[in-house]
Design a protein around this ligand. Structure first.
Ligand SMILES: Nc1ncnc2c1ncn2[C@@H]1O[C@H](COP(=O)(O)OP(=O)(O)OP(=O)(O)O)[C@@H](O)[C@H]1O
Length: 298
C-alpha cells in the first residue's frame, strides 16, 4: 500500500502588510515568514503524517530553495527519490501578501514545477501503489500521460482540480475521483453561485463519465460531500476549536482522503477523517506545518 503524489513544490514567502495596499505603493512589511508549500508538497505531507507510505514526484531547481524543499519532505518521511532536480532551473516560489484582516494576494512563479515529467513520476508507482494523487499546478499534458500509462492502470487516480483551470477538465474522464472546493465546483460547472447543500451538488453527475467515478466537494466550515452516479453522501465538518489560518485546509483534506483510500477506509469514513484532519489544520498557522498526525485525529 502506498500513495504517490505528482505535483508542485514551492517555497512560500508570506509578507504581512501594515495596511491595505494599492498598486504603485511601497510598504514596509511588519514581518515575513518563509515556509514550504505547493499543493503537491502539502498533500504529500498530509498523507505521510496520516500514516501512508508516501512518494512525491515532481521537480525542483538546483537551488537553495529546492534543497530546502527536499529536506523538509524527507523530514516528514516522504520519499523524494522521484523529485527531479533540474540544472539551471529555479524552484517554484510563491509570494503571499497578507493585509490586516487576513485578505491576501498570492503570486506564484511555477519554475521547475511545469517541467516535471511523467516518465520520472512513473518510477514512483509500483505494484503496491494504491493511489495516485495530482493537482493542477504541474503540466496538464504530463498528468494526462501519467493517468493514461499502463503503470497507473491499477491505482485509484485522484485529481484535485485546483486551481480551477479549463485544461484541467481534460483529466476528468481519466480520473476515478475528482475533488473540488466550492469555487472550483462552480467554475467547472459554470454555476452562478457556489454550492452549499447536497441538492446543489447533484449537478456533479454531469461530470461522471463512468459509474465507478466519484466527485468529492469540500464545503469549508460546512464539511464535505461525495456524489456518485447513484449515491450522494454529506458529512458535516468537525467544528474547529479555533480558526487561525485556513490555508492548506483543502490540501490537508485531499492528502488525508488519499491516505484513507490507500489504507482501505470506506468513502464515508474517509470523508469523516479528512474533515477531522482539516478542522485541526485550520487551528494552526501555515499549510504544510499545520497537517496533523494520525494520532491527533479522534
Ligand atoms: N472553519 C472550519 N471549521 C472546520 N473545518 C473546516 C473549516 N474550514 C475548512 N474546514 C475543513 O477543511 C476542508 C477544506 O476546506 P475548504 O472547502 O475551505 O477548502 P479550500 O477552499 O481548498 O481551502 P484552502 O484554499 O483554504 O486551503 C473542509 O471540507 C472542512 O472539512
Amino acid at each position: 500500500m502506498s500513495v504517490t503524489v505528482f505535483g508542485s513544490l514551492n517555497l512560500d514567502i508570506a509578507l504581512r502588510l501594515p495596511a491595505k495596499a494599492a498598486w504603485g505603493q511601497t510598504l514596509l512589511v511588519e514581518d515575513s515568514a518563509q515556509a514550504i508549500g505547493g499543493k503537491g508538497l502539502n498533500q504529500a505531507v498530509a498523507s505521510a503524517r496520516f500514516g501512508s507510505v508516501t512518494r512525491m514526484a515532481g521537480a525542483v531547481g538546483d537551488d537553495a530553495a529546492g534543497r530546502l524543499l527536499l529536506e523538509a519532505l524527507g523530514g516528514d518521511g516522504v520519499d523524494t527519490a522521484h523529485v527531479e532536480v533540474l540544472a539551471g532551473q529555479g524552484s517554484g516560489r510563491a509570494t503571499i501578501l497578507i493585509e490586516p484582516g487576513g485578505d491576501n494576494m498570492i503570486a506564484v512563479e511555477a519554475g521547475a514545477n511545469l517541467l516535471a515529467r511523467a516518465e520520472v513520476a512513473l518510477g514512483a508507482i509500483d505494484a503496491v501503489t494504491r493511489v495516485l494523487l495530482v493537482q493542477l499546478e504541474t503540466d496538464i499534458d504530463a498528468i494526462a500521460a501519467l493517468f493514461a500509462s499502463d503503470a497507473a492502470a491499477h491505482v485509484r487516480r485522484i485529481v484535485n482540480a485546483a486551481p480551477a483551470i479549463p485544461a484541467g477538465a481534460r483529466l476528468f474522464g481519466m480520473a476515478d475521483m475528482m475533488i473540488f472546493n466550492q469555487t472550483e465546483f462552480a467554475d467547472y460547472l459554470a454555476l452562478d453561485r457556489e454550492p452549499e447543500t447536497l441538492d446543489d451538488l447533484l449537478v456533479a453527475r454531469r461530470l461522471l463519465a463512468r459509474p465507478d467515478q466519484t466527485v468529492v466537494v469540500t464545503l469549508g466550515a460546512l464539511g464535505s460531500a461525495a456524489i456518485g452516479v447513484e449515491s450522494a453522501t454529506f458529512v458535516p465538518a468537525v467544528p474547529a476549536e479555533r480558526v487561525v489560518d485556513t490555508s492548506g485546509a483543502g490540501d490537508c483534506f485531499c492528502g488525508v482522503l488519499a491516505a484513507c483510500i490507500d489504507q482501505g477506509v470506506g468513502l464515508e469514513a474517509a470523508l469523516r477523517l479528512a474533515n477531522a484532519a482539516a478542522s485541526l489544520s485550520v487551528g494552526r498557522r501555515g499549510a504544510a506545518p499545520s497537517m496533523p498526525l494520525r494520532s491527533e485525529i479522534p
